[in-house]
Design a protein around this ligand. Structure first.
Ligand SMILES: [Ca+2]
Ligand SMILES: [Ca+2]
Ligand SMILES: [Ca+2]
Ligand SMILES: [Ca+2]
Length: 553
């Protein structure tokens, strides 16, 4: 992000004038004009008026190629004081001179060089600076327990499992494909591997690698675990209460089998990077047909927590992913790792952003795209802020900023009434989206155009888990059944199609000339029903950056 520079004043003065409508005038710095004299140049401007014109105002048109000081007094050739009373710095411009004595025939107006102009403009420039926050809590600081640490070098454990009644036939191919899915280089896999994806999405902050073991033949048939799963989740149809309180947990049973079987080969304490006593991440990849349309919920992909209290090499299993090998063969790519990439989002602590329960009236449509909703593309900025991969540029005062495209360094604006040094709050996030990088291959389900994306986030925490909710979360809001969404996209086309159809479209992107809070959703409100009292104006978008004006009223 580049703060407004000299470049703007020369080429975008209209913009400057709007943005210097200061919210906080105490931020204005006054620069001593005398410093400008050394680099000033003089331009003679001739004007005539008669002696009867004493104290009459005359208009002098000055050359357009010169930048003039404003409110500068100077002396005309006949000791007549010429006061430049015009405040505008627009070039070309017209200055008004006032004669205080008679018979002036010419006046010399002191003009400033470009360099001096930069200094001089500080007199009236909005010097509001964005806040680059430090020391605020991240998602993993707030979680009850942490799975995979969000940054650093992290090694996870992967076990490939089959069953007597559902055996892997080509073991070598499966093990190679699993290795490609977890550890492959970008060049070797059509989308990305878990490793390459998280390296890119975190801007190099998370280096995730996997040690892969298998194929392990489970001690029971697949149908045995399936039955355990039925029992575990069985509820009384009348009361809704669980029928078998002490029912064994099939995934955890299998994880126990695995950890015990490999105990003499593996030092599990090597897999606790953050040294919290829990193995950071366990992945169980089962060989069984996936229940796309019907069948057991066990044959799906999800993240969950180890059910029992066991310890191996002094550390305990906790966060795990349970996923079918067949997910790697979805679509037409050599290996498709998107499912484990999505589930790893949960291993890091992220929520799902789709609507678990579309039948209620709340939060239909979810976010509408990106990894934690559609299992495609990159993680959006909210998730990256939560994980500490990016630091938002916080804006709570009027200013104009140049916002780099998100792809480069994850630059994002966080616009809020008052920044209380917490990301667990309500605010807008502004990103410059381009269909590149991790979004390129999946852009048909994200956006094929470039543009400005505005998110409305309501990430307050502290109410605790709502047992009435379909969705478990530390946040007061979720994208399933709370009154307001945890994170939503504000549609520039105002069509409401995300809520209706759960899908974004190019017209949801803000383009140059659009103004959120002005011509788009002019009466938008915070969730407490207070008017937002701000505008987010997209002034310009070029291939590298977008110029955004944030105007607090
Ligand atoms: Ca061991
Ligand atoms: Ca750990
Ligand atoms: Ca819902
Ligand atoms: Ca729309």
């Amino acid at each position: 992000m580049k703060k407004i520079t000299m470049f703007l004043f020369l080429l975008g003065l209209t913009v400057f004038i709007v943005s210097c409508d200061l919210k906080n005038t105490e931020n204005t710095t006054t620069t001593n004009n005398t410093s400008s004299s050394t680099s000033s140049t003089s331009t003679e401007v001739t004007t005539t008026w008669s002696s009867s014109d004493n104290t009459t105002t005359n208009t002098v048109t000055v050359p357009s190629s010169t930048t003039y000081l404003t409110t500068e007094s100077t002396t005309a050739t006949t000791n007549t004081t010429v006061v430049l009373t015009t405040a505008t710095t627009t070039v070309p411009t017209t200055y008004t001179t006032t004669s205080t004595t008679s018979s002036t025939t010419s006046a010399t107006i002191t003009t400033a060089s470009t360099t001096t102009m930069a200094t001089t403009t500080e007199i009236t420039t909005n010097t509001n600076e964005p806040i680059i926050p430090v020391g605020y809590n991240l998602l993993q600081d707030e979680l009850e327990s942490v799975g995979i640490p969000a940054t650093g070098d992290v090694k996870v454990l992967v076990f490939v499992v089959d069953f007597v009644d559902s055996q892997i036939t080509d073991t070598t191919k499966v093990m190679n494909d699993v290795d490609l899915a977890f550890n492959g280089n970008s060049e070797d896999i059509d989308f990305e591997s878990l490793h390459s994806y998280y390296g890119l999405s975190s801007y190099g902050k998370l280096n995730l690698t996997a040690d892969i073991f298998g194929v392990y033949r489970a001690s029971n048939n697949s149908s045995y675990y399936e039955q355990l799963n039925e029992n575990f989740y069985a509820t009384d149809p009348y009361t809704g209460e669980y029928l078998y309180n002490d029912a064994p947990h099939p995934d955890s049973d299998l994880i126990y089998e695995l950890l015990e079987f490999y105990d003499n080969q593996i030092d599990y304490s090597d897999y606790d990077q953050n040294q919290d006593g829990f193995i950071d991440g366990v992945y169980v990849l089962y060989n069984h047909d996936i229940s796309y349309e019907s069948g057991s919920d066990l044959w799906w992909a999800y993240q969950y927590y180890y059910w029992y209290e066991d310890s191996f090499d002094g550390v305990s299993p906790n966060y795990y992913v349970w996923s079918g090998i067949d997910f790697f063969y979805e679509g037409y790519e050599n290996v498709n790792a998107r499912t484990i990439i999505h589930e790893t989002g949960h291993m890091l602590g992220l929520d799902d952003y789709y609507d678990y329960y579309p039948d209620d009236l709340n939060n239909s449509g979810g976010l509408g795209t990106f990894m934690m909703d559609y299992t495609i593309g990159d993680h959006e900025p909210f998730s990256k802020i939560l994980l500490g991969w990016i630091t938002p540029i916080v804006i709570e005062q009027t200013m104009v900023v140049d916002l780099e495209k998100f792809l480069l360094n994850g630059e994002v604006l966080l616009i809020i009434d008052t920044w209380n040094n917490t990301i667990f709050d309500e605010y807008f996030l502004i990103m410059y989206y381009t269909p590149e990088g991790l979004n390129e291959l999946d852009q048909d389900y994200i956006f094929t155009d470039s543009g400005i994306l505005i998110f409305h986030v309501s990430a307050e925490i502290g109410n605790g888990y709502d047992s009435e909710s379909y969705y478990y979360s530390i946040f007061n809001n979720n994208n399933t059944d709370t009154e307001n969404k945890l994170v939503k996209i504000i549609e520039a086309d105002m069509s409401g199609d995300i809520d209706k159809y759960a899908i974004v479209e190019n017209s949801d992107l803000f383009v140059a000339g659009d103004g959120f809070g002005r011509n788009i959703y002019s009466t938008y409100r915070w969730y407490d029903n207070k008017a937002i009292n701000l505008e987010i104006n997209v002034i310009d978008i070029n291939s590298e950056a977008a110029r955004i004006e944030v105007k607090f009223k």
